[in-house]
Write a protein that binds this ligand. Sequence first.
Ligand SMILES: C[S@@+](CC[C@H](N)C(=O)[O-])C[C@H]1O[C@@H](n2cnc3c(N)ncnc32)[C@H](O)[C@@H]1O
Length: 306
Amino acid sequence: MNYRHAYHAGNFADVLKHAVLLALIEALKHKPAPFCVVDTHAGSGCYALDGSEAGKTGEYKDGIARLLFPDLVGTSHEPLPPLLRRWLDAILALPGNEQGLKVYPGSPLQAAQAMRDTDSAQLCELHPEEAVRLRELFHHDARVHVHARNGYEALKALLPPREKRGLVLIDPPYEAQEAEYRLIEQALKEALQRWPGGIYAIWYPIKRRSQVQPFLRWLTHCGAKRVLRAELLVHGDDSPLRLNGSGMAIVNAPWQLDETLREPLRAMARLLTQERPAEWKLDWLVTESNGAPAKPARLPPTPRRR
Ligand SMILES: C[S@@+](CC[C@H](N)C(=O)[O-])C[C@H]1O[C@@H](n2cnc3c(N)ncnc32)[C@H](O)[C@@H]1O
């Protein structure tokens, strides 16, 4: 339990994760019926970018700051796709950001900001200090419930939610390295039994490509009828020593989510490029077309470790 998201708040991986989160919440809002957002690994909910942690690493400078100030990285003045524009505007509208970007909201705060009065959120955070901060942040918001407990285990009690519609964000710190994927698979397997119709969005790091491939392969056979994968890679995917990119796997992805994410991903790749052009991927790992059986994608075999 050494991981603190404050060191990474607003980095290029958060940009992808949180833009996808907004797209999912906006898709849920297409229907008037209330929905529930379950965040299994919530963090503390809000981060000061000039604080001792984020200020020390400055990771947000190669993340959200590049979308706000494209001039700084010499990228062209193309307007942002509407999803990214709405995402940035929501962040800039937060208290604390009146004079410019000073605070970065975590997934719980971004979700709460996008939700309606009738929707609800269940937030799990295992680290005691982070959980205390999270609880303080939402103590006035009756829609939001904070659980200081293991998010994987909590799913057994929280699913299916009362609303019977909604989304589960699974965003662990991967301190257990590849073993984390096995925990996710087990939790997802049980969650899909309890709530087959829920949307599940799983964030994953890309260091060495071979580390994530077995999980993506597992997803192709998890029983869901639609699984979308969105990835953004800012470095080559062959170094285990740094975060080269990240992905979001979306189980039971809403209809046309791929179309919603295509231009935002293209723009992210343009704006978040570092020493070599960033690459992005957006494809269905499992699709269901016209009532035909789900069709798993053919993934390349896992490369051997060097
Ligand atoms: C990557 S951060 C979450 C960031 C947050 N989802 C966001 O996007 O702003 C992961 C968090 O999970 C917490 N954590 C680690 N293991 C956990 C577990 N089994 N259950 C719940 N929280 C856990 C860590 O303390 C950390 O705050």
